[in-house]
Structures are given as structure tokens and as C-alpha cells.
Design a protein around this ligand. Structure first.
Ligand code: SF4
Length: 225
């Protein structure tokens, strides 16, 4: 059995998508507490604020929706909040029992995203981490959840298979290690990554007046040789 973290050691689930994108970006936001809001992150925040109403519980037949459900996992060392968890009534004894309700319900996390499906598993990792928190909290097994993308107004179903679970485990451990060491890794030096980064101006301030990230790195590398 792996390490069990204390309440004080838990780190934000939202950090998983940052560390999966770039370790330095994660450290700037979660260790150094620097944050730069660009248009994309601002729109995403507004969407999340809209769906994060903890008192909202819409009841559809056979489905109970719980918004802004607080999550945590002492095994992964994570805490966070699910935009929405649907508890779907099951015909058999799968899932969890709910207070004052008959039968069994299977939890299904649903995460709202502003844009459209991206390349890479960033959103899937975050959703799977939410599922793993729910499994630990509710002592049940979850099989799938959904990512809702605002731009295309559609859900993408995500299955919580072993490779995705392993990725969550690996990134959570990496976050814990870096956090305990208080290390902010050096810049990634991948122009394809940096050009899509909302932390560019904080991470690489001297590129502001340059033509591209590539120019910055070319100059930096040339100075070193
Ligand atoms: S600018 Fe590049 S190195 Fe810096 S945080 Fe962003 S992705 Fe990472």
C-alpha cells in the first residue's frame, strides 16, 4: 500500500492538467502562486462559476445531479471540486446507496470546459482524478464520466481505464515530490508548448517584445555556447 497523505498535504486536482502540460507552469501557479489570466482562462472561469453552485441539485427521473461536489483522495494526495456529479439509478446492486432513497446509484462526474476537445489527455486526466477521488470517498468503482465542451455544446465520454488511472497516479506523485522540494523546474524549451501557454509573460518575460518564443530560445542557447 502506498503513502496516505494528511489533509494538510493535499494538492489541487486542477494542478494535474497544468503539470501534464508543463511542470514549470504547474510550479509557477501552485508553488509560486503566480497566475496570469488570459481571455481563455477568464472565459473558462466564468463558465465554471456558473456551474459551481453547491446548492444546486436538479432532479431528473432516475438521476440526481450534485454540483460543486467537494472531492478528496488521501491515497493520491488530491483535493478539488467536481463541476457536477450525476448519481444514476441502477437496476442492480452497483454503486452506492443514498440517504432517504431506495436502490443503488452510480456516480458519474461531468466536467465543463469552455472550448472544444484538445489534443492530449489533459482534460481526461482531470476527470479521471475526480473519479478516483469519488471511488475513495464513496467506496465504489466508477467506469466512465463526461467532459462537456461549451464551444461544440457536446459531451465526450471518458472511460476510466488503467493507462489513464496510472497517468493520474504518476502525475500526482510527481506534484507531491516537486511541492515538497519546492522546486520550480527550468523552462520546457519546447516552442510548440510555450506558444500555447497562458503563463508565457511570467515564465519568459523577455519574449514580450520578441518575434517568437523560438527567437528567445535561440538567443538564450546562443548565449550559453
Ligand atoms: S512558457 Fe513554456 S516553459 Fe514557461 S510555463 Fe509555459 S510552457 Fe512552461
Amino acid at each position: 500500500m502506498g503513502k496516505i497523505y494528511s489533509e494538510d498535504e493535499l494538492l489541487a486536482i486542477s494542478g494535474l492538467q497544468h503539470i501534464a502540460f508543463c511542470e514549470r507552469q504547474w510550479a509557477l501557479i501552485h508553488i509560486e502562486k503566480q497566475w496570469e489570466e488570459d481571455q481563455r482562462t477568464a472565459e473558462g472561469r466564468v463558465l465554471h462559476e456558473r456551474v459551481h453552485d453547491p446548492d444546486y441539485k436538479a432532479h431528473k427521473p432516475g438521476i440526481i445531479n450534485v454540483r460543486a461536489m467537494v472531492l478528496r483522495s488521501f491515497a493520491l494526495g488530491l483535493y478539488g471540486e467536481a463541476d457536477m456529479v450525476e448519481f444514476i439509478k441502477q437496476p442492480e446492486e452497483i454503486g452506492v446507496k443514498l440517504a432517504k432513497r431506495k436502490g443503488y446509484y452510480l456516480p458519474r462526474p461531468v466536467e465543463y470546459k469552455r472550448g472544444r476537445p484538445k489534443r492530449g489527455d489533459f482534460d481526461r486526466i482531470q476527470l479521471c482524478a475526480q473519479a478516483m477521488c469519488l471511488e475513495e470517498m464513496l467506496e465504489c468503482r466508477l467506469f466512465e464520466g463526461d467532459l462537456y465542451y461549451g464551444e461544440i455544446r457536446r459531451r465526450e465520454t471518458v472511460q476510466f481505464k488503467e493507462p489513464l488511472r496510472n497517468k493520474v497516479q504518476e502525475l500526482s506523485e510527481r506534484m507531491q515530490r516537486l511541492y515538497q522540494q519546492g522546486i520550480t523546474p527550468s523552462p520546457a524549451m519546447k516552442t510548440s508548448v510555450c506558444k500555447n501557454c497562458s503563463m508565457q509573460n511570467i515564465c519568459l518575460p523577455s519574449i514580450r517584445n520578441k518575434k517568437s518564443v523560438r527567437d528567445y530560445w535561440d538567443k538564450t542557447i546562443n548565449l550559453k555556447v
